[in-house]
Ligand binder design. Sequence first.
Ligand SMILES: Nc1nc2c(c(=O)[nH]1)N[C@H]1C(S)=C(S)[C@@H](COP(=O)(O)O)O[C@H]1N2
Ligand SMILES: [Mo]
Length: 369
Amino acid sequence: MGGLLHGEEPLNREPEIRELCSMFITEDGYDRNHGPLPEKKQLNSRAYRVRIDGYVGHPLNLSIAKLRSDFRQHEVTWALQCAGNRRHDMRTVVKEVQGIDWSDGAVMNCQWRGPLLKDILEKAGIVCLGADNHFHVAFASFKVECQDDSWYGASIPLSRALDPDKEVILALEQNGKPLSIRHGYPVRVITPGLAGARSVKWLDRITVQEEESQNHYMQRDYKALPPQATDSTSAEVYWGVTPAVQEMPVNSVIVGPRTGDEIEKDDQGYIECHGYALPSGEGGPVVKVEISTDGGHIWTEAKLEHHEGEGKWTWKFWRAKVAVSPGESRVIFSKATDAAGKTQPGQPPWNLRGICYNGYGEARDLTLH
Ligand SMILES: Nc1nc2c(c(=O)[nH]1)N[C@H]1C(S)=C(S)[C@@H](COP(=O)(O)O)O[C@H]1N2
Ligand SMILES: [Mo]
């Protein structure tokens, strides 16, 4: 495990970006933890149970064996990302923020496999709540104490959980193998399109309820506060009125060259650049990536690579040859657009926690020979 270690306790790290992007299906994903990893003995897959309760006809306690054998297994490939991915750019391009200094590697494009949450809720006898209900499905893990709460939790709208097109699953496998402890063994929620914070690891309990999860990480973190919240004190009045982040925005990152690189042009005066792009939570796949070498005036379309298993939730690798005049302090921007027409803004509004940053992808301070 190389890469950029942001902290050992709790474990927070991201792979080196070029290594991360050397494969379409990510093997060594980033780690984001708000508390310690549970101990192996807490995760004995024979004793493990997931409780399903709340507004259901008959609460269930499902073993891992049952999750595997009593339900159809569904596979989805999704680029799971932390809402704090690219926080470094918001901090340096816009203004200082609070939080781990994630670069561009808090994302992993993996195959996830397990039963659909919808099938499990139906087995528990989801109570008829009417089409326009505003219920939520809350996920909780009580295995370890977190930094700002005694447990970890999140929720998603019930309507999303029941929509088969949203492919919300309880993942038992990642890339064809049982989950690793780091990524939630023996079972984690997988919520394609949403902030990674909603994909609760070491899942203990699923509750259908009227209100959102009341966990700290749902109520007082992972919210894009308005710019008027400039420090912890001024943020106080905004936590309760700002919606929790769910869908992630369309995004792109330049993986090569990187900020500060020195590069040589080819015989025709071009340089190669490449990177990844992510669709918005609602509108994948990415259908276009454009590159600008003049500060965002003229854009050149990049080539999109095709990979087996790509789809509406996956990332997209892109590659472009662009002309850049020789000299120092050169800047390249990237801009992605998805099938729904969602496109990256030059600079999104600043928010205190530096989440959901999706300003143009960028490589700055390039020296060109
Ligand atoms: N139980 C638990 N689940 C959790 C977290 C956590 O700290 N504890 N972190 C969340 C956040 S903020 C993210 S971005 C993802 C990270 O998943 P990973 O560590 O597998 O990359 O898990 C989510 N699920
Ligand atoms: Mo996260």
